[in-house]
Every structure is written in C-alpha cells, then in structure tokens.
Write a protein that binds this ligand. Structure first.
Ligand SMILES: *[C@@H]1O[C@H](CO)[C@@H](O)[C@H](O)[C@H]1NC(C)=O
Ligand SMILES: *[C@@H]1O[C@H](CO)[C@@H](O)[C@H](O)[C@H]1NC(C)=O
Length: 172
C-alpha cells in the first residue's frame, strides 16, 4: 500500500509521514496499514525463541509452548523490501485440539510505538482477526482490528512470513 511503500518511517521524514497520512486516511477518520511480519524460528537470524519448554524442538507448536518474538515488519514479503517496524511480545500455543495461538505483542514502528494487540491467532485459518485494544501517540485511544494471513510457511524450518492489514480509528 502506498502508505508504507515510501520511506515514511524514517524519523527525519516525519512531516512527509503526516502529509501522506492525510491522503490515505479514510473520510471516517480510520487508517489502514499493510505490511509483512517475519517469524524466523531457525537459521542465523532467529527472531522467535521458544522459551517453554526450554531446550525442546524450536519449531514444534505443541500445547503449552511459549515463544518470545522480536519479528521484523517489512513493506513487502521479502526481508530486504524495507523495514517499517518490529512486532515484540509472546505467543502461547493455547489450544489442545488445533495449532491456535494467543498472541500478545506491541507493534513498534521505526519512529515510535504505534499500538498493541491482544488476541487469538488460529494459524490454520486463511485470515485471522485480532483486536487492536489501544495505542499511544497519534493513535492514543485507538480501536480497530488486524487481519493476518500466512504468506509463506516452511514446515521444515518453522519460518513464516505473515501478511498483516491493520484498520484503526480514533475514539473521539
Ligand atoms: C543475517 O543478518 C546479517 C546482518 O544483518 C545479514 O548480513 C545476513 O544476510 C542475514 N542472513 C540471513 C540468512 O537473513
Ligand atoms: C525450508 O527450510 C529448510 C530448512 O531450513 C530449507 O532447507 C528449505 O530450503 C526451505 N524451503 C523453502 C521453500 O524455503
């Protein structure tokens, strides 16, 4: 999306960010962001670490497993497409019957904290919706939702690229 396709998250371009925001803001005051999240469980640049049970298979999504993430967010599905921020938090394998996660994370953009989300991420569903329960700065008191789709998932390495759409509006 145009909103994220230019280098608008560089701190020196804050004014450009505001101008672009005016162009993409919907008439009802809501905002749409689109980016990709890289969850890398194995390899040289791991971004997700399985902390419970310690020492177990780092890719196994067994019930009770807890992962800590600091996942890069990029403009496109390729890691080299440009960093826009990080998703930092935890996810817990919280279902005994299917691979469904409770995700708790802060989404931080390059020039400051944006908002947070708490919700259930049933990873086998084609589209997962998570609530946006708050924000800071420009998005103080924001409410809305995220839609998450699996862009790629490697069952051998456990590494995934997720496509994320965020819709937020101000609570006046
Ligand atoms: C890992 O990170 C380093 C430093 O940023 C980078 O040079 C390298 O290409 C990365 N490797 C992979 C496999 O992404
Ligand atoms: C999946 O991961 C395995 C193990 O790291 C790797 O050998 C393989 O090339 C990956 N497949 C794709 C399509 O990236």
């Amino acid at each position: 999306m145009a909103f994220l396709s230019s280098n608008i998250f560089h701190p020196k371009l804050t004014i450009l960010f505001l101008l672009i925001h005016l162009h993409v803001a919907f008439p009802d005051g809501s905002t749409h962001l689109h980016f990709y999240m890289h969850d890398v469980l194995t390899g040289p640049n791991t971004t997700a670490v399985k902390v419970v049970p310690p020492g177990s298979d780092p890719t196994a999504l067994t019930f009770g497993g807890i992962f800590v993430i600091d996942d890069p967010l990029t403009k496109g599905p390729d890691m080299s497409s440009g960093l826009v921020g990080q998703a930092q938090g935890t996810y817990i394998v919280a279902s005994q019957s299917e691979p469904a996660l409770l995700m708790t994370m802060n989404i931080l953009f390059v020039d400051g904290e944006f908002n947070g989300a708490i919700g259930r991420d049933a990873i086998l569903a084609p589209v997962r919706e998570l609530p946006v329960v708050g924000g800071t700065g420009k998005f103080r008191k924001a409410c809305g939702y995220l839609l998450i789709k699996t862009y790629t998932f490697n069952v051998t390495s456990g590494n995934a690229v997720l496509e994320v759409d965020v819709y937020v509006e101000d609570r006046k």
